[in-house]
Design a protein. Sequence first.
Length: 103
Amino acid sequence: MGEIVYWTLIRTAIALPLIWLAKDYFDEKYWWIMGALSITLFIIYPAYYSYKNFVEINKNVISNTLCSSCKHFDMSAVLCMKYDKHPTEEYIPCEGTDWEPNK
Ligand code: SF4
């Protein structure tokens, strides 16, 4: 998840100055359209696609592991907050010893 945020910030840091510099080369009404389109294609869509991929890859960890029912599990980051590690289908950081119900 941090990687998605990192690359989104990098793309934003590159795209926004380029869009701003492009202002001199386009008529203002086209610049707004081009800017909105660029932001959508280079910043929003890749971030959305990466997040969708992240959820798809981790959907079994989020729904079918011991961690998914533990109060220390952060579903949005697929992270055990107690151990600060990412559980997988084969790897549970505490091996079940620190599991606590989330409700
Ligand atoms: S404490 Fe154990 S069971 Fe709970 S989220 Fe962390 S690794 Fe998973």
